[in-house]
Ligand binder design. Structure first.
Ligand SMILES: Nc1ncnc2c1ncn2[C@@H]1O[C@H](COP(=O)(O)OP(=O)(O)OP(=O)(O)O)[C@@H](O)[C@H]1O
Length: 257
């Protein structure tokens, strides 16, 4: 398993720098929550980390390999990326959507090997999709669709998983299941990077937190040293209150309404 290293990364979008001079290492076997206000640059940072957005400056390495030097197929095999607004354009069954996550590892011809069928079955079960396996993905509810997308991203047991708001739209039980699955991937050695607005969830599952504000890394470190009132108040420009500690941390914000 490999760490992901960003060195002085800058990203421009629409002619504007939206991420500036980000130097950060995401360690293998660790789950990092990327937090920050809307428009801070989290998605841009994740998309570039997945090798899907050109850099305006700096470099990104996956282990010893420059991300830009990897072929598309190798990259697709080694990392999985779940965008914030994933979409499916035509009616394809949930089972096939999930199986698409294995496409980079499939032999080019012939039937799906038995081991891969078993992986798809396991992913469907892990994400409570067994009863939906034959349904067109275009006919799922928002939360069901989000589960199918996460199953597709995780079915290949990637070395690096980058997920942008993966629990958004999930009910509490399914958010819990998804969080457990992300945690299990990290515990198995995967480098897991997840953008989250749910800070209680970040406290619950993250080893490390990367706080991004206005395109810059504001703070990065162990979750318990970043999810503290002064940093969060500064990050979101609203008074933060932190109750409890460790995985049971609960964060509230107050302001005059
Ligand atoms: N395709 C694009 N073209 C031009 N500007 C963009 C594009 N995508 C994002 N931006 C801009 O880049 C900045 C960073 O956006 P980004 O989506 O990375 O933020 P974010 O932190 O993920 O926000 P959110 O929490 O709202 O998802 C924003 O100012 C946004 O308007």
């Amino acid at each position: 398993m490999s760490a992901l290293h960003l060195d002085a990364v800058s990203i421009a979008r629409g002619g504007r720098i939206v991420v500036q001079d980000a130097t950060v290492s995401f360690r293998a076997g660790r789950l990092t929550a990327v937090i920050g206000p809307n428009g801070a640059g989290k998605s841009s940072l994740l998309e570039a980390s997945a090798g899907l957005l050109p850099l305006d400056g700096g470099t990104i390495r996956l282990g010893d390999d420059a991300l830009a030097s990897l072929s598309r197929r190798t990259l697709a095999r080694r990392r999985a990326y779940l965008p914030q607004r994933a979409g499916i354009e035509w009616p394809i069954s949930v089972e096939r959507v999930v199986a698409l996550g294995l496409a980079p590892s499939l032999p080019s011809f012939g039937d799906l090997p038995a081991a891969m069928r078993a992986r798809v079955d396991r992913a469907l079960a892990d994400h409570d999709l067994v009863g939906l396996r034959d349904r067109p993905a275009t006919q799922l509810s928002g939360g069901e669709f989000a589960r199918a997308m996460l199953a597709r991203a995780t079915v290949g047991d990637p070395e690096l998983l980058i997920a942008d708001e993966p629990t958004s739209g999930l009910d509490p039980r399914h958010a819990y299941d998804a969080s457990r699955r992300l945690r299990a991937l990290a515990d198995a050695g995967c480098t897991v990077i997840v953008a989250l607005h749910d800070l209680d969830l970040a406290a619950n599952i993250a080893d490390e937190v990367l706080a991004v504000k206005a395109g810059r890394v504001m703070a990065h470190g162990p979750a318990e040293s970043i999810l503290i009132a002064p940093i969060l108040t500064d990050l979101y420009d609203i008074p933060a209150h932190v109750v409890g500690e460790g995985r049971a941390t609960s964060i509230r914000f107050t302001g005059k309404l």
